[in-house]
Design a protein around this ligand. Structure first.
Ligand SMILES: NC(=O)c1ccc[n+]([C@@H]2O[C@H](COP(=O)([O-])OP(=O)(O)OC[C@H]3O[C@@H](n4cnc5c(N)ncnc54)[C@H](OP(=O)(O)O)[C@@H]3O)[C@@H](O)[C@H]2O)c1
Length: 251
């Protein structure tokens, strides 16, 4: 059984990944998020291929244990793994709720790492791991300190794992969008007027980003960044000291 697994499929770019997977030769698409109703609604609306709704909080060790057992029982061929679930928090760390910062690390870093590790035995030649990263991985973002640090982890994890898996011909790609108008902004507390940077930066289209990101992954690319503006920013991040760029990336 050839399958795709998408975490964070109940909203935002995760829905676009689900829509794109309908074009692939797969037997099932497995969707994961906490809101079962939203997942079912999206699958009903866009699903052409058989789907499986797996409602769960992926930061729960118990749920990941069940997920590992499910893979063991079904023994599928995972053709695409989208590590997409994630959230950010905006604001200075000295004013922050420490539990929320910890939950962010749990989801963006620990869950992504564990789901990948659990899934790898079911991946063979031609499979793709697609990690939703961010432009926040290019340069540290003051006022989103922990979030940008988690995305720097995702970038490093992508590059290193990709190297490990090159002989097995399993590709690993980081998709690095700039801001997108999804539930992410509300969850992060980024309303209009809160962040000059978010108010002025050009926005990325989730549909186009998903489509082009998957195309890049299938071509074996390591990083996909939408929009010329952010491609240039990525280049600057390689050329200039981050201490200078942090003034521009302060959210
Ligand atoms: N929007 C942006 O500006 C932006 C920019 C760059 C990168 N990104 C990245 O893009 C990815 C997707 O974000 P988005 O913009 O599409 O935001 P979104 O609409 O808020 O989607 C986040 C998804 O993650 C799921 N999720 C959150 N906590 C979870 C948990 N504990 N267990 C399982 N699922 C969980 C949410 O579903 P439930 O609430 O139903 O669990 C939802 O489906 C994230 O990794 C984010 O960091 C976003």
């Amino acid at each position: 059984m050839n399958i795709a697994i998408i975490t964070g499929a109940s909203s935002g770019i995760g829905v676009e990944f689900f829509k794109e997977m309908q074009k692939e030769t797969l037997d099932e698409v497995w969707v994961i998020a906490r809101r079962e109703g939203k997942l079912a609604e999206i699958c009903e609306k866009y699903g052409k291929i058989r789907y499986r709704v797996l409602p769960m909080d992926i930061t729960s060790p118990e749920n990941l244990k069940n997920f590992a057992s499910l893979l063991k029982d079904e023994s599928p061929h995972i053709r695409f793994l989208f590590n997409n679930a994630g959230f950010g928090v905006h604001g200075d760390l000295d004013q922050a709720d420490y539990t929320l910062q910890g939950k962010m690390v749990d989801l963006n870093v620990r869950a992504l790492t564990e789901i990948t590790t659990i899934s790898l035995p079911y991946m063979t030649k031609g499979a793709c791991i697609i990690n939703t990263c961010s432009i926040a991985s290019f340069v540290p973002n003051p006022r989103m300190t922990v979030y940008s640090s988690t995305k720097a982890y995702v970038m490093s994890f992508t590059k290193s794992l990709r190297f490990e898996l090159r002989k097995k011909k399993i590709n690993v790609t980081a998709i690095c969008p700039g801001p997108m108008a999804t539930e992410f902004l509300e969850v992060a507390g980024i309303d209009k007027g809160v962040s000059k940077t978010f108010d002025t930066l050009p926005y990325c289209n989730p549909e186009k980003t998903a489509k082009k990101g998957i195309r890049a992954a299938k071509r074996g690319k390591c990083v996909y960044t939408p929009r010329g503006f952010y491609k240039f920013y990525r280049l600057l991040a390689k050329l200039l000291p981050h201490s200078i760029l942090m003034y521009a990336s302060k959210t």
